[in-house]
Design a protein around this ligand. Sequence first.
Ligand code: GLY
Length: 394
Amino acid sequence: MIYEKLTLKEQGWAAETEKKIDEKLKAVRERSEKKIPSEAKDGVHDDKKAMEGPSGMTRTFWTNGFWAGMLWQMYHATKDERYAEIARYTESVLNPCLLEIESHDIGYLWLPTSVLNYKITGNEQAKADGLTAAKWLAGRFNPACGFIRAWGSGNEALPLVKDAPPIHIAGATIIDCMLNLPLLYWASETSGDARFRLIAEEHAFTTMKYFVRGDGSVIHIGEFDPVSGEFVTDHGGQGYGKGSAWTRGQAWGLYGFTASYKHTRRPEFLETAQKIAGYFIAHIPEDGLIPSDFCQPKEPHVQDDIGACAAACGLLELSELVPEEEGAVYLNAAVKMLQAINESSADWNPDTDGITQNGTAGYHLPGRNQNYIYADYFFVEAILKLLGKDVFVW
Ligand code: GLY
């Protein structure tokens, strides 16, 4: 167990941090009970459930599962019923919109909501909703390419980042999808239908082949010919540029392959997770604070707590799957990143809504060094993991 491998001081720190999370969230949850927050600006949560998107995707913004996920995790840890009550509200808002989603982010949306609800409470409706979500995700599989398509259902070329080459989305998949796969693994385990797992495994093998570089870093976006399946090119996406190493992408790969190994026990997935972890750890700066891209210039300071916290969760899980000495390296790296965030910028004031203060959406996107709900979610998941109090979502 992770907790037993921590020093006494680290154990005390983790317990103290859980207490601070609970104290803060007890206040935040009342202010945000009818919101689905994505970020806090000037200390106030926004509300994405009201957001109007291009194709009527008002309520299915990809981060809309994390608020409920954080509440469910805290419910599990504290047994405070109010957390569960508010988490259920997100589900009631998301579920009617499932079939509006034209992206792979179905896993990020339904794993921390319906599936987590089912795992914690055994609610049968939540299980049925999770399985419906898995079917919708599986439907995005392209057998010629051997992957789950990332965005859209049309054939347009989209400029994800201003001034970057457009991406032909019909043949695009991204490293982020590695953490959508657990919805399919869960669906197979729950329904007994192997097709979900087989799709997930094939996607993971394709990602292994085309996304993971020799040095253990990963690309963000892969563009393929959607009919022949031939690899066309890679894109820098939310990272610094083509050939760079977007830290959150490294985290999605690291945690995604770790989860794939946990569900399938295929050694290739473990080896890939170790390879990405090796690259990630070798690039953690002295101060433990993770940049948006490991290849970005020193100035300006662009930090990503989201990548740091997601990577920390992946490293903690991985630490339990490898020999002890190697596991200790992963555990220490995770603790270092979490403590660095806590010491440098965590906001424990109960009058403001966000915890972490230095997430970045993408190196060239608006929204640098600010609060994001998914950084807070992964921070909370990681702290509870240290204490052995989390539920494994992915
Ligand atoms: N999955 C999109 C992101 O990490 O920003």
